[in-house]
Design a protein around this ligand. Structure first.
Ligand SMILES: Cc1ncc(C[n+]2csc(CCOP(=O)(O)OP(=O)(O)O)c2C)c(N)n1
Length: 570
């Protein structure tokens, strides 16, 4: 019997347990569509390849399994570049297959002639062109191995149309079965002992847990270690909520809790788990870093090259975060631990101070609606049993600050690409991953425009996600930056209109709500979630409220910003 490349691809997806792919059709890749149909692999067909990329990215972030995206030759490949770059910057495993003009058509000016590999090389871990039809399955297995091994990341496989559609004898094709390491890298025992010595001697210890903990499947292990040792945790991204926030040991996200840590006083020992030292930790060193310059730092990362970026590290462990947490807990059980109550109390006081700063913003009668209140209200709908996706400039900052994560793996924000437009695609992937849970997307009015047509994908695929627009009638973060830095008269190219986005979304068939009255926020959200359909809730908020982040970066204020703002606001 003869089979084509689409069949080989679909069989390998089955082997990998892939149930759905994200794609936008083109003739060059039709054999893959046909084979997926035959093998009952669901194709989530999007309206733009960028959205297919973001959905595959979010699927991987949520499930820990590589997301698969398939795009056509030429513009299909260029359109997905942003989605791939976003995953690359955050080390998210993703397998992207791109169509290509046939090998036989090279240099004959065929339709959509473009070489995808050189384009993808700088934003993928591994990027290859397949030339031999009989080796497609082998290349697919390599793609999955490359995407998931060591530091994860996106990979790209380019399959020319004539290679994909060529039919070869099945017995000539190898379908690899075992092609991955069976165990993750473990930490050396001496490093575990040294880490525990440092942490047990510390008076003011903190754990900084990045997304690496969640992606290693180590959230439960983190909670166990924290409960045993009584060390407070500040987490980021999908690891937020591994230790429920709002509890004595669950401090919150890097942005807000980092302020609290800085306010509470000098941390003397910090365990950094699966978090790169960059913008989200306030940099490697210096007055904006969450990690004080003279603290003792233990850093754990799957990628040895990340250890010691930007500052000196006392103990560096290049290993899997879950394996390291398990080893730490095993050895920590042999020691006695006492909670540092004075330290925990200080951290609590700092949290209270920050929360008090936004007490007025939360006033349900405040007019116009404060974006912090909107973020807080939306977050409360999904905190216990759902997912929050945040997209936008200041909107993302408000979500970071107002959301209190109770469970891990349920909060998706921006990463190091700072890529607007991820909101709706991320939300759709979340609904696909957790069909029984509520999914809310909180997005800026600027950002929602970037992948707006994905409301159509939500309706066609029956993915009831509630999209809430924080409508400040501007590219708010940019407008406010111009205003603070240069003055109101220098605002240029950053204003938008009082657009009725919900009406445009309604045309795709979603449930639509418009809110400009503070009393209308909760009833509109109630109706949107109760509708059981994808929904667009367009909320007019205060266009003049400037987020602390803009103030921090434009006025070059000293950290912690909370203290600075307290001085400014009295
Ligand atoms: C794709 C992309 N384009 C442009 C930017 C630059 N940028 C950063 S924040 C911002 C404003 C975002 O506006 P909006 O989505 O309305 O959210 P807001 O800041 O008003 O909450 C822009 C344009 C970016 N980060 N990503």
């Amino acid at each position: 019997m003869k089979i084509d490349g689409g069949e080989m691809f679909a069989r390998m997806l089955e082997r990998e347990g892939v149930k759905n792919i994200f794609a936008l059709h083109g003739g060059h890749i039709d054999p893959i569509f046909q084979a997926c149909r035959d093998h009952d692999i669901r194709i989530i067909d999007t309206r733009h390849e960028q959205a297919a990329g973001h959905m595959a990215d979010a699927w991987a972030r949520l499930t820990g399994k590589p997301g698969v995206a398939v795009v056509t030759a030429g513009p299909g490949v260029t359109d997905i570049v942003t989605g791939v770059a976003n995953a690359y910057m955050d080390c998210v495993p993703m397998v992207v297959v791109g169509g290509r003009h046939g090998l036989a058509e090279e240099e004959k000016m065929p339709l959509q002639e473009l070489h995808g590999v050189p384009i993808m090389q700088s934003i993928t871990k591994w990027s290859r062109l397949v030339r031999d039809p009989a080796r497609i399955s082998e290349y697919v297995s390599s793609a999955f191995r490359q995407a998931t091994s060591g530091r994860p990341g996106p990979v790209f496989l380019e399959i020319p149309a004539d290679v994909l559609s060529a039919r070869v004898e099945e017995k000539e094709v190898r379908f690899p079965e075992i092609y991955r390491p069976q165990a993750a890298p473990t930490p050396p025992p001496e490093a575990i002992e040294k880490t525990l010595d440092l942490l047990s001697a510390a008076e003011r210890p903190i754990i900084l847990a990045g997304r690496g903990v969640w992606s290693a499947g180590g959230s439960e292990d983190l909670r166990e270690f924290v409960e045993l040792t009584g060390i407070p945790v500040c987490a980021n991204g999908m690891t937020r909520g591994a230790v429920p926030e709002g509890t004595p040991l669950g401090l919150g996200g890097f942005f807000t809790a980092g302020q609290g840590i800085a306010m509470a006083g000098a941390v003397d020992s910090m365990l950094v788990l699966g978090a790169r030292l960059g913008l989200f930790t306030g940099g490697g060193s210096g007055d904006r870093s969450i990690i004080p310059p003279n603290a003792t730092v233990i850093q754990v990362d799957i990628e040895a090259g990340e250890i010691g970026r930007g500052r000196d590290i006392q103990v560096g462990i290049a290993a899997d975060c879950r394996e390291t947490l398990r080893a730490l807990t095993r050895e920590a059980r042999k020691r006695t631990w006492s909670r540092k109550e004075v330290w925990i109390q200080k951290l609590q006081e700092a949290r209270n101070t920050i929360q008090a700063m936004f007490a007025d913003a939360l006033d349900p009668g405040r007019r116009p609606i404060h974006p912090y209140r909107l973020a807080h209200t939306v977050g409360s709908y999904v905190a216990e049993g759902g997912v929050l996706v945040a997209d936008g400039g200041e909107t993302f900052v408000w979500a970071e600050m107002a959301f209190s994560a109770r469970r891990p793996g349920r909060y998706l924000g921006h990463g190091y690409l700072g890529c607007l437009g991820t909101g709706i695609p991320f939300g759709l992937a979340a609904k696909l991953a957790y069909p029984e849970e509520r999914v809310a997307v909180l997005t800026g009015d600027g950002s929602v425009g970037l992948n707006f047509t994905e409301f159509d994908t939500a309706v066609r695929h029956d993915l009831p996600v509630v999209v809430v627009i924080n409508n400040d009638q501007a590219w708010g973060m940019c407008k406010h930056e111009q205003e603070v830095r240069l003055g109101k008269e220098r605002i240029v190219g950053t204003e938008l209109g009082a657009t009725r986005y919900e009406r445009a979304a309604e045309a795709f068939g979603v449930h639509a709500e418009f809110v400009d009255d503070p009393a209308g926020v909760v009833p509109a959200l109630d109706r949107a979630f109760a509708s059981g359909r994808p929904a667009c809730v367009n909320v007019m908020t205060d266009p003049d409220t400037i987020s602390p982040l803009v103030q921090l970066y434009t006025t070059r204020m000293e950290r912690p910003w909370a203290e600075h703002l307290r001085k400014v606001t009295g």
